[in-house]
Design a protein around this ligand. Structure first.
Ligand SMILES: NC(=O)c1ccc[n+]([C@@H]2O[C@H](COP(=O)([O-])OP(=O)(O)OC[C@H]3O[C@@H](n4cnc5c(N)ncnc54)[C@H](OP(=O)(O)O)[C@@H]3O)[C@@H](O)[C@H]2O)c1
Length: 235
């Protein structure tokens, strides 16, 4: 259970749902985890839970991923605590009113800012040091909505297509640098986001640990193996 001893991971959106699942699973494998989200109170709760399980070292950093400066401070805080960052998990995301006909422009802007710009700001903040060290791993949490579009998912899907596009291009940009890129596309996971989906899908939802295990799989491959794409759907 110590596959990631001495490794450090930043997880955005670590105050609830999939981000918590990923943080707990990484900590269980011995990684130091840096939990980022806007809700300080929820982050402290997650920190307490991870510590109670007796796993890893934990730092919290209240961060709005749409704010470049706050992301830079987050990465600095991680480096101060643990020297360098091995993994960045870009998980923070929002799914709001996504049909173009809904006309909810502010909600589209929020999704674009969090799901696309937040991810890019994170990558921008960790990449120079990863390139210097010829080592690092960026994990982007996309969605099956980045593979398919429905009449109610247009703008959300557009942001998740963008996540996949950025993952795909970045992998090519980073070939032979030692820095790896993994794009994970979850289907329906049992979290606050899927609670608000008016889907009549009767499949059993995935658990957050199911996505966390995909992250563990990607980051525990030998150095020369780059797992680029993982899609995880309920049966
Ligand atoms: N659940 C699903 O079925 C599903 C399926 C496919 C993909 N996904 C993707 O999985 C990721 C996690 O979603 P989830 O299902 O776990 O939803 P969730 O429980 O609502 O969690 C979303 C997380 O994102 C954080 N967040 C939102 N806006 C933020 C901002 N501006 N800055 C920093 N953090 C922010 C939230 O924390 P604060 O509010 O404290 O900031 C929270 O921790 C998202 O990218 C989502 O698109 C989910």
């Amino acid at each position: 259970m110590d596959l990631l001893q001495g490794k450090t991971a930043i997880i955005t959106g670590a105050s609830s749902g999939i981000g918590v699942g990923i943080a707990k699973e990484l900590a269980k494998e011995g990684a130091n985890v840096v939990l980022a989200a806007r809700s300080k109170a929820k982050l402290l709760e997650v920190e307490k839970e991870i510590k109670a399980e007796g796993n890893g070292k934990v730092v919290t950093a209240q961060t709005d991923v749409t704010n470049k400066q706050e992301i830079e401070i987050l990465v600095k805080k991680a480096e101060e605590a643990f020297h360098h960052v091995d993994f960045l998990v870009n998980n923070a995301g929002q799914m709001l009113s996504a049909a173009v006909r809904s006309g909810k422009i502010e909600e589209w802007e929020t999704m674009i800012d969090v799901n696309i710009k937040g991810m890019l700001f994170g990558i921008h903040a960790v990449l120079p040091t990863m390139l210097e060290r010829s080592s690092g791993h960026i994990i982007n949490i996309a969605s099956v909505s980045g593979l398919e579009v429905t009449k109610v998912s247009t703008v959300y899907s557009a942001t998740k297509f963008a996540v996949r596009a950025i993952s795909t291009g970045l992998e090519k940009e980073l070939a032979r640098t030692g820095v790896r890129v993994t794009n994970i596309s979850p289907g329906m996971v049992d979290t606050a986001i899927s609670d608000v989906t008016s889907s009549n899908n009767d499949r059993k939802k995935l658990e957050t640990q199911d996505i966390a295990k995909a992250v563990i799989y990607a980051v525990t491959q030998p150095d020369y193996v780059n797992v680029n794409e993982i899609t995880v759907r309920p049966v």
